[in-house]
Write a protein that binds this ligand. Structure first.
Ligand code: AMP
Ligand code: MG
Length: 492
């Protein structure tokens, strides 16, 4: 017998039948491989050469189901823009199974856009190629930045069109995740009063993601604490690179702490805390600066679902949930302040540092300064004050930076570290390259016209975000006025 393409090792499929619906992908007309992530494939214990064969293409397109797969669509609920929907579920995603990666970690392999499922509601179960390319670029860029995220294993075109406002070329995206369990997955069982299901889910999540919690005298409290800790850290990481998720519904928040569901997400160019790109977020619920508070709100929804498990007595359970939730702001603030200190070249966090950071951000906001370029230029200024002018020229009024710099220098002087070390440490946290919207748009436009070289090149540049890449200078630049992308859309 030949080696299987995917050495699947199922666990979610072993949970009770009402956790999911067994569902095979629906074949497409004429699939073509656009991109395979060789490095990720190897990390997952897969053979990239075997994944470039027609047999593997058929799997990535949903035209063939490997014998050892157990395809299913997961059930979940969720608050969408604060409105509760008791049943959502994978409407266009099918989990093929899990594999164990080189680190011994279990990873889901899921097809997104592989056809309808019992949870599709009015949707067609399909994905357009543009959002497939977008999720590929953005999720791999996040990974290269060091931020927990689902990943991209492959992208294919289908040779079919999907009908949106107009017919668009279709695609299927192969997503890899620590798991696809969401806050909304817990809400699915809680909304049905299914405490047995809830407990099975919680035990499964503990075993898969937080095995230490199993040994805690209060395992479900430990589970909640762990999810809160991971999310506080994750959202801080987003904020520190200017990432805006765009649709932080509870069904788009994992319990593993990975970023998931790259729809209308985007990175800010100029720093403005109220920035919103999502075309469906008219009121700015998911604006950049709202993300820490929204995550807290979502975690409160998770905590509510766990009430039946936290204690026998409901009042006691509510107290436990409240105490856990009260930790979130502290955890977020600590992660954010520490991360910001590092962006500024500080090793420690001192009183007054938050004010120093806040003052810089206020000046960036007023001065329309590019978020990424400002911090990258600051790395050079930290080692050589002759480079201050390079930072200052990013501000509409360069004096705004020059007036701030002395307080920063004074603070750097307290730490007394070697300027070269400081510069190197800052360059490791302040990226030169982010997936700027206009670059992503450029790659998608070319891809839709059949030219994937722009997509390839962008992915290659974004794979090393902290390195100077002298031949990639244009990728560091903010958009020209005519290149600015104002809106981002849903719908991988
Ligand atoms: P999202 O806003 O992308 O997180 O999706 C919210 C819900 O809508 C999820 O349950 C999706 O599976 C479902 N959904 C989104 N697009 C489609 C589609 N084209 N066909 C079926 N279901 C969809
Ligand atoms: Mg979603």
């Amino acid at each position: 017998m030949s080696e299987p393409l995917f050495p699947f090792n199922h666990s979610y499929a072993g949970l009770p039948g009402h956790f999911y619906a067994r569902q095979s992908p629906t074949p497409v007309a004429a699939p073509r491989l656009i991109k395979l992530n060789d490095k990720l494939a190897r990390h997952l214990g897969l053979d990239p050469a075997a994944l470039r064969t027609p047999e593997a293409l058929a799997v990535f397109a949903g035209n063939a189901v490997p014998e050892n797969a157990d395809p299913l669509a997961m059930a979940y609920a969720g608050h969408q823009f604060a409105g509760f929907v008791p049943q959502l579920g994978d409407g266009r995603a099918i989990l093929l199974g899990e594999v164990i990666d080189d680190d011994g970690k279990r990873r889901d392999i899921q097809l997104k856009g592989a056809g309808p499922t019992p949870y599709s509601r009015r949707g067609d179960g399909r994905a357009a190629l543009g959002p497939v390319l977008r999720e590929y670029i953005l999720s791999e860029a996040m990974w290269a930045l060091g931020i927990p995220t689902t990943r991209a294993l492959a992208a294919v075109t289908t040779g079919e069109h999907v009908l949106r406002e107009e017919p668009l070329p279709g695609g299927v995206f192969t997503r890899v995740a620590a798991s696809h369990i969401r806050v909304g997955t817990f809400q699915f069982f809680a909304a049905r009063g299914d405490v047995a299901g809830l407990k099975q889910l919680a035990d499964y999540v503990i075993a898969r993601h937080y095995p230490d919690a199993a040994r805690d005298p209060q395992p479900y409290r430990a589970l909640l604490d762990n999810v809160i800790r991971r999310q506080a850290s994750l959202i801080a990481r987003w904020m520190l690179v200017g990432f805006i998720h765009g649709v932080m519904n509870t069904d788009n928040m994992t319990v593993s702490g990975e970023t998931i569901d790259y729809g209308p997400c985007a990175f800010m160019d100029a720093y403005h805390p109220g920035t919103v790109y999502s075309s469906i977020d008219a009121r700015g619920r998911y604006a950049y600066a709202n993300q820490p508070g929204i995550a807290h709100w979502n975690l409160a929804r998770l905590a509510e679902t766990l009430i039946p498990l936290l204690a026998e007595d409901q009042d006691a359970a509510i107290k436990i949930a409240d105490a856990a939730l009260a930790q979130y702001p502290k955890r977020f603030d600590a992660a954010y302040s520490n991360g910001f200190a590092r962006k500024l070249g500080l090793w420690t966090v001192q009183e007054g540092d938050d004010a120093l950071a806040g003052d810089l951000l206020a000046r960036m906001d007023a001065g329309n300064a590019d978020f990424t370029l400002t911090f990258r230029a600051l790395c050079e200024a930290a080692a050589d004050d002759a480079r201050d002018a390079d930072v200052a020229r990013l501000f509409a009024d360069p004096a705004a930076f020059m007036d701030w710099a002395p307080a920063w220098r004074e603070r750097l002087a307290d730490e007394g570290s070697d300027p070269a070390d400081r510069r190197a440490a800052m360059r490791a946290v302040n990226p030169a390259f982010i997936p700027r919207n206009h670059l992503v748009a450029e790659a998608i436009t070319a891809g839709l016209a059949g030219d994937f070289t722009v997509f390839e090149r962008l992915n290659a540049v974004l794979a090393q975000p902290y390195e100077d890449q002298p031949d990639a200078q244009r990728y560091t630049l903010p958009p020209e006025p005519h290149e600015v992308v104002h809106k981002a859309f849903c719908g991988t």
